[in-house]
Design a binder for this molecule. Structure first.
Ligand code: DC
Length: 205
């Protein structure tokens, strides 16, 4: 079984996808971490993420960065990731990795932006997880505060809206709901309620 989980930043899809994978005994891939790994590799080598040749070279050697590296979560890495994610050659290089992962015999859950539309268009179940920008910004703000990062709600909301615009507006595999994806709006749901709703969709699909 392949489950595709897509949605905008801070909608709760990562937490949800991890829980789904554990519950159904499926392998889990955070595809955003792959784009972050490309960004991090470039930053560590002092390169420019906007340079297409540099970005492609990093994508071809993405396995040199561990997907558990804590620096993947840094804001600077996220920024570089969002730049390389707009590059079609980078996306093509990472596509093979993701499709190979999806073919694991035990089945897989992949979360990202284009899993249901591009990476696994034949996924058994597709979820499009979203929430209002305000709710997502509140969640991200609380998370950053918990980590001791100095910021404001207004700054977090502005950054989130800018990322949404970039993810949805790019020409290469923009973020959008696949026509056959189930919409899961978590604005008024905590993680437990969102998980139950997702399981109901999966079990009745
Ligand atoms: O979900 P995230 O913040 O870790 O993703 C990092 C960046 O990678 C973000 O700008 C969107 C991009 N991305 C993508 O374009 N396609 C995916 N399947 C996953 C992430």
């Amino acid at each position: 079984m392949i489950i595709a989980v897509d949605g905008p930043v801070a909608a709760g899809k990562g937490t949800l996808a991890r829980r789904i994978a554990a519950h159904y005994g499926l392998a889990y891939l955070d595809t955003g971490a792959l784009y972050r790994a490309v960004g991090l590799k470039i930053l560590r080598e002092g390169g420019n993420p906007s340079d297409p040749a540099v970005a492609l070279a990093a994508a071809q050697r993405v396995e040199e960065i561990a997907l558990t590296d804590p620096a993947l979560r840094d804001e600077a890495t996220g920024e570089a990731a969002s730049i390389v994610a707009a590059n079609t050659d980078v996306r093509a290089a990472l596509l093979r990795y993701q499709r190979t992962f999806a073919k694991r015999p035990e089945g897989a859950v992949l979360d990202g932006r284009d899993i249901g539309t591009v990476v696994c268009p034949d996924a058994d179940v597709k979820l499009y997880v979203t929430a209002s920008a305000e709710v997502r910004a509140e969640r991200r703000f609380a998370e950053l505060k918990g980590k001791g990062v100095e910021t404001t709600y207004a700054a977090v909301l502005a950054d989130l809206l800018a990322r949404d615009a970039r993810d949805m507006g790019r020409g290469a595999a923009p973020l959008k709901k696949a026509p056959d994806a189930h919409l899961l709006d978590t604005s008024k749901l905590d993680i437990e309620a969102a998980f139950k709703a997702a399981c109901h969709i999966i079990d009745t699909a």
